[in-house]
Design a protein around this ligand. Structure first.
Ligand code: CMP
Length: 137
């Protein structure tokens, strides 16, 4: 079974969307294999998004990601990386398909409610950033 990392970002948590996001995962046959809530420091957010360090939006993104609590989850299922990305919709909510999480709830290309790993290698490293093996059931 494939695994991926999902994050409900500070805007998703503050808008009361934790249950709604999890409901969409479970309704679509995705299993939650680990879950916790935390509040990232700026440094921890910078570490997580290190791959975007050279981007113009890096400062703003990491400030936003450390602005409030987030929920991190390990999702498990067949083709779960692609399935999660389909449920989230495009990064830019204006381009996201109808019925996706970002189309329904995002307000901004940055404040886009959820994050999901984009490939098997990133899924492994992103899961490791937040969870140890013993946390994953
Ligand atoms: P995420 O899937 O978490 O991956 C990187 C994040 O950077 C992305 O979602 C957005 O929150 C943010 N992002 C990507 N592109 C832009 C952009 N052009 N302007 C601002 N933020 C962006």
């Amino acid at each position: 079974m494939e695994k991926t990392l999902s994050i409900i970002k500070p805007d998703g948590v503050s808008k009361g969307l934790i249950g709604e996001v999890i409901r969409r995962f479970e309704k679509n046959g995705i299993k939650i294999a680990a879950m916790r809530m935390l509040w990232l420091t700026k440094k921890e957010a910078e570490g997580f998004y290190a791959v975007h360090k050279s981007k113009k939006f890096f400062e703003s993104l990491t400030t936003f990601m450390s602005s409030g609590p987030i929920v991190v989850m390990v999702l498990e299922g067949e083709n779960v990386i692609a399935k999660n990305r389909e449920l989230m919709g495009a990064t830019n909510y204006l381009e996201a398909k109808e019925g996706t999480i970002r189309k329904d709830f995002a307000t901004d290309i940055e404040k886009n409610i959820v994050h999901g790993s984009d490939a098997p290698e990133t899924a492994v490293s992103e899961i490791k950033y937040f969870f140890c093996d013993l946390d994953i059931v």
